[in-house]
Design a protein around this ligand. Structure first.
Ligand code: ATP
Ligand code: MG
Length: 342
């Protein structure tokens, strides 16, 4: 039995299906990343576990106990909100200690717990500051400290890194993963950022219009997407619209049978594509598409090319360390498993 179980959760706002039959389990120490575009139901899913949403149908269980009707404060769940707010008039210590004081914990125990968690997050020296004296990243850590100090049974994080700049996000990803493993807490982590999700999750749920389209390991959703939406949403891709003739599309050295009528779409994992000289033999199995360099951007360690191909109006955008000239004929090579046709 998983620690957190959600069964057939449904939540409608008028005609909007914010949650449409969602059932996901999260086990001890497991990190579930929930990704999907804006409005796909991610926050609603977290809020329904935390008890801030009255469900239209479905059940939430923690350690086998049905908590669907319990108020938020009785659920042993901590939620880190998308727009977290620290209390501006309170110090870091008081912000973090707040939940423990509510629980009427003895003073020494509170001091110890707060200091332990500040130490864990490497922000001990901020203990006497007010939120206005902290950077965005520091405030985010304090908010995280506040969520974990109460030792919840389940941790819910809604876009915890969204206010941080790209470099800090990359570093904190490692820290969150390490922290979550240390705490051994079942965690649901909501993010827009598919790369962030793949890199820290044990399981990934891809949501769209309230539904979970695919639930699997990061490798499964990346390598075996169940449909066009998932293929396109995960990874760094180019999408090519291709003409269908007699139930088939032809591109480069390959022919695919498709069920779509007039046009089909191909998702190409552009990070895995290579630009080769026109006559080069890649020596690996894959898709070879002849094309012509239309645009070139210098990116430091590599170039980014805009490539025109005969089979589609859409351009391919592929990075390469090699220098090619505008107008040069080349071949784009995409290894098998790194393109999907729908
Ligand atoms: N209280 C509410 N009243 C009416 N509609 C709501 C309410 N809360 C959410 N919705 C709608 O439910 C859908 C899902 O919203 P939700 O906040 O769960 O999306 P999200 O995936 O978290 O999006 P984002 O990535 O923008 O945070 C949206 O269409 C939203 O407008
Ligand atoms: Mg949200």
């Amino acid at each position: 039995m998983a620690i957190l179980e959600t069964r057939n959760l449904k939540k409608y706002y008028g005609r909007v299906r914010a949650l449409d039959d969602v059932s996901i389990d999260v086990d001890a120490g497991e990190l579930l990343a929930v990704i999907g575009p804006s409005g796909s139901g991610k926050t609603t899913f977290l809020r329904s576990i935390a008890g801030f949403v009255k469900l239209d149908a479905g059940h939430v269980y923690i350690e086998g106990k049905d908590i669907t009707e319990l108020p938020p404060e009785k659920r042993d769940v901590s939620m880190f909100f998308q727009n977290y707010a620290l209390w501006p008039h309170m110090t870091v210590f008081d912000n973090v200690a707040y939940g423990l004081k509510l629980r009427k914990m003895p003073k020494e125990e509170i001091e110890k717990r707060v200091h332990d968690v500040l130490k864990l997050l490497d922000i001990e020296e901020l203990v006497d500051r007010k939120p206005s004296q902290l950077s965005g990243g520091q405030q985010q850590r304090v908010a995280l400290a506040r969520a974990i100090v109460v030792k919840p049974k389940v941790l819910l994080l809604d876009e915890p890194l969204s206010n941080l700049d790209a470099k800090i996000r990359l570093r904190i990803r490692f820290e969150i993963k390490a922290l979550q493993q240390k705490l051994n807490l079942p965690t649901v982590y909501v993010t827009h950022d598919q790369e962030e999700a793949l890199s820290i999750a044990d399981k990934v749920a891809v949501m769209h219009e309230g539904k979970v389209l695919q639930l699997g390991t990061p490798e499964e959703v990346y390598k075996s997407p169940v449909n066009f939406f998932v293929a396109d949403f995960i990874g760094t891709n180019c999408v090519l619209t291709l003409k269908v003739l007699d139930g088939r599309v032809k591109i480069g050295n390959k022919i695919f049978e498709v069920s779509s009528k007039e046009t089909a779409r191909m998702v190409v994992r552009s990070d895995e594509a290579e630009v080769l000289e026109a006559r080069a033999e890649p020596g690996k199995d894959g898709l070879r598409i002849p094309g012509e360099i239309k645009g070139k951007l210098y990116m430091g360690s590599k170039y980014r090319y805009e490539i025109r191909i005969e089979e589609s109006e859409d351009a391919l955008f592929v990075n390469s360390g090699e220098s090619f000239k505008i107008g040069e004929k080349i071949t784009v090579f995409v290894p098998d498993g790194s393109y999907f046709v729908y």
